[in-house]
Design a protein around this ligand. Sequence first.
Ligand SMILES: [Zn+2]
Length: 312
Amino acid sequence: MIYIDDDLKIITQYAWIFANLPEIKKLTYEAIRGTELEEYLLNLEQRYPAKYVKTGHVTFITVENKEKLASEFTENDQVILQKISDAIDQNYDNSIESKWGSSNPNVHADMARWAGERNGVSGANLNAIANNADAPDLSTWNYGTPGVGRYYDHYYGPVKVGPVTLMLGAAHTKTNQFIQEARKGNNTYVNIGYATHYMCDISNPLHANKATDQVLTVLSDQHTKYETYMSGNWTNGQNYSRFAQNVGWQKTITNPTNDVTILSAYSGSYADTVYNCMKNNQFNNSSLFYATIFCVDEGQGYLIGLVQYGLN
Ligand SMILES: [Zn+2]
């Protein structure tokens, strides 16, 4: 969990751009590399370096020279930070924050519905799960982690920053957040629907690994290609939906946060295969086929377990 100093948020709603974790900032710099926006941000960070205070699972982020920032921050700074925010959105929304499939067919809704059915949910309750499974991808979504780009919550996996590998993303904690709401009896089926979204995202290998490559190759955009491939082969072509619908097992979910990290390691291990097939336009590759059915099967088994956990 990260928490950005409220004083900074009062100065600008874009404080998350400079007061953020190093791995997030690295992605920000990749969005603005070689532009005057990069020069501006480097200079801003030099004058007001980020400071991190860790207590338990929470990292509190603020900056040095905070009072100076408050007095020197201008309308022009605000305009430039907004441009940086726009550049991040443009570069990443289609690369990391895309989904298993586009809205028609709706892979999220189908997988959530089948997970509900396996748990004996029917009627309006089943519709509530399925109809809300795609909600976190909509621009109207209001429950994202504050201070990070929209893509961040839908990803969980390793990212290499220099010599170290950090775990990036919040799909594991977002799954847990909504499934715990469901367990409290709070809008149970809607919250189960929301929770399935994040777990389902992580069954897609490109939501579980290779964030850096995906960002660096925005122009070729293998992620969007895979999404399009999945949409075209969900009920047609390879008909991947049959592997989700006919799953014969379920994962026992006991600790959703941790269980999503295990799922991420599984699907992430297929990221190279999927990524390279997309990059080389090898859509009829058998490795791609098997990687996809393994991950669809795994994801569906986890979702059945997640719904059961949410109903307890
Ligand atoms: Zn998503």
